[in-house]
Design a binder for this molecule. Structure first.
Ligand SMILES: NC(=O)c1ccc[n+]([C@@H]2O[C@H](COP(=O)([O-])OP(=O)(O)OC[C@H]3O[C@@H](n4cnc5c(N)ncnc54)[C@H](O)[C@@H]3O)[C@@H](O)[C@H]2O)c1
Ligand SMILES: [Zn+2]
Length: 388
């Protein structure tokens, strides 16, 4: 029989608008930001999910949301659902299923809005529910932690953990809008509020040397969580992340280069090795310290530049080392080092790790020398003990 081969390639281009906003008290009377963001033609439904952890801190929130929408004739609030948040909510599909059932119960359709208010983990779960319910409904994210406001909340990733692996099940979906409401940050415990700022340090290091200079000059204000300095850092960081996603050429991460994951290969592994006792922010802090010192040791980065970075991390009272780095497998290899292979596997393709050439400028490398890295871990251990 004669061979037959035919077909055609089609380019399908879909444009997304990524609306990123900053405010204080989004649901207080007189704040028109949300009203202006949402389309009010046709009385669209709105279903709000809030993570349980916020109830005690914001007892008025549900009433404020109800009053806000009752004054907007073009939108119909169908309910406010409180569900568990935090990393626990991503461990299995329990919260995902509960949220999906609510989407079905409230008859949310593709013209409706799902609003989610919570930390990064809660945004990940509800974002995944919104991305998959009806094959995707409009999502408005309200991140409530520094980490989710200055980084993950403005991202396009959603997911839950499976097979002991973070974000194994998930979807890329551009949210309809992200509203960073600074009022939520006031109740976050101080240490985790500070830890979330590491993502601002990270994005400054890989994208904007001037922003890093500013962070360095304001490190005391940031450590003290001075309101105006904190809000400026969060806003600048969030806009850098959004800009990278919108203009960096790879919003859905199909390539191997992942500059926003600077310091993250070790961080993800440390989170796993500590069974998530170490928060994402603290783990990234250690990961950034390690990869920065490594770049200096292999001669890519000036030692004085590396020292500036370590001083900023320490100035924010964040860790440069953690005892889980000491864990070794049966062959004597540091277990954290397996994170490199897992990082490559997660991304697919060739191992690509970003290292710094200077503050604000990164370069992709494809190999990490274990012995040099070992020396960095030892040096940071000594440094960490000398400063306690
Ligand atoms: N999707 C992405 O691109 C992306 C990127 C980075 C991190 N993440 C994920 O984000 C998660 C970490 O997010 P996180 O740092 O926001 O922490 P989190 O969502 O785990 O929240 C930590 C704790 O803070 C509480 N909390 C949240 N907001 C609060 C507030 N305003 N006041 C008081 N308590 C509050 C929560 O109830 C929870 O107990 C991880 O699951 C991580 O994997 C996702
Ligand atoms: Zn991160």
């Amino acid at each position: 029989m004669a061979q037959r081969m035919s077909g055609e390639d089609f380019n399908i281009q879909v444009g997304f608008r990524h609306r990123v906003r900053f405010t204080r008290g989004a649901f207080s009377a007189g704040n028109s930001m949300v009203a202006e963001l949402l389309e009010t033609r046709g009385r669209s439904k709105v279903l709000v999910f809030v993570e349980n952890g916020l109830r005690g801190f914001f007892p008025q929130l549900e009433g404020e949301i109800q009053d806000y929408f009752s004054d907007l004739p073009g939108l119909r609030l169908t309910g406010v659902e409180w569900l568990a948040g935090g990393e626990e909510a991503k461990r299995d599909d329990g919260v995902y299923q509960a949220a999906m059932a609510a989407i079905e119960r409230h008859h949310i359709d593709r013209h409706s809005y799902v609003v989610v208010i919570g930390g990064g983990a809660f945004l990940d779960v509800i974002g995944f529910t919104a991305a998959t319910g009806h094959r995707g409904v409009r999502l408005v994210r309200f991140p409530t932690t520094t980490l989710s406001q200055d980084d993950s909340g403005v991202g396009v990733k959603n997911g839950i953990n499976a097979f002991g692996k973070k974000n194994f099940i998930g979807a890329f979906a551009v949210p309809y809008a992200v509203v960073n409401d600074f009022q939520f940050l006031h109740t976050q415990p101080e240490h985790t509020r500070r830890a979330g700022l590491i993502e601002a340090v990270k994005v400054a290091l890989v994208r904007d040397g001037n922003f890093f200079d500013w962070i360095e000059a304001n490190v005391t204000g940031l450590r003290d969580l001075d309101e105006s300095v904190l809000e400026e850092a969060v806003e600048r960081s969030a806009l850098h992340h959004a800009r990278h996603i919108a203009r960096g050429g790879d919003p859905f991460e199909l390539g191997s280069s992942r500059p926003l994951d600077y310091g993250h290969w070790a961080a993800h592994k440390l989170e796993q090795l500590t069974d998530f006792e170490l928060s994402h922010g603290e783990a990234v802090s250690v990961g950034v310290a390690l990869d920065t010192l490594y770049a200096a040791k292999v001669g890519l980065l000036d030692q004085s530049e590396a020292e500036r970075v370590l001083k900023v991390i320490e100035g924010l009272e964040l860790p440069v080392w953690h005892e889980a780095l000491e864990l070794r497998d049966s062959k004597g290899k540091r277990r954290v080092f397996n994170g490199l292979e897992e990082f490559r596997e997660h991304l697919g393709g060739e191992l690509t790790v970003l290292l710094l050439k200077e503050a604000g400028v990164g370069v992709d490398v494809h190999e990490i020398e274990e012995s040099v890295w070992e020396a960095c871990a030892e040096e940071l251990k000594a440094r960490s003990f000398s400063t306690v």
